[in-house]
Design a protein. Structure first.
Length: 128
C-alpha cells in the first residue's frame, strides 16, 4: 500500500478497498455528470477508512498527473453524489464522509528514481 497507517484492522482495510472499488467503477462508467471528470482517467489508488468507518479518505491520481487540481476540485464538487452512491452500494449503517486528496506517493517514487539516477549518487553507491 502506498500510505502507511497504524492500527489497521482487517475490517477497515476491507471496507476501504470496497469503497475504492466502488468509486473507481463510478468514475470509469462516467456516472458523475461532470465535464472535468469525464475528460480524465482517474485512478483511486487507496481509500483509508477511519476506525469507526464514518470517514473515508480517497487518494487519487489523474492519468499522467494531468490537471490534478481541477480533478480534485471536480471530485470535491461532486462529493455529495459520490457519498450517496457509495452508501447505496455498501451495506453500512452510516454513509461515510468522503474526502479526496492527491496521491503524492507516485511523485515521491519518481523523485527517488531521479535521485538514484543522478551521476553523483550513482558514483557514491558504486564506491560502497
Amino acid at each position: 500500500m502506498a500510505h502507511e497507517q497504524p492500527d489497521k484492522s482487517v475490517r477497515t482495510l476491507r471496507v476501504g478497498e470496497q469503497v475504492r472499488h466502488i468509486l473507481s467503477e463510478i468514475l470509469q462508467r462516467g456516472d458523475v455528470h461532470d465535464e472535468t471528470l469525464a475528460k480524465h482517467l482517474i485512478s483511486i489508488t487507496e481509500v483509508r477508512m477511519s476506525p469507526d468507518l464514518r470517514h473515508a479518505t480517497a487518494f487519487v491520481k489523474p492519468l499522467l498527473g494531468r490537471d490534478e487540481e481541477a480533478v480534485l476540485k471536480a471530485l470535491r464538487t461532486n462529493t455529495a453524489y459520490l457519498q450517496r452512491e457509495v452508501a447505496a452500494r455498501t451495506k453500512m449503517k452510516y454513509a461515510a464522509k468522503l474526502k479526496f486528496l492527491a496521491d503524492e506517493s507516485f511523485d515521491e517514487g519518481s523523485h527517488i528514481d531521479a535521485l538514484l539516477r543522478d551521476p553523483k549518487v550513482a558514483r557514491d553507491l558504486a564506491d560502497e
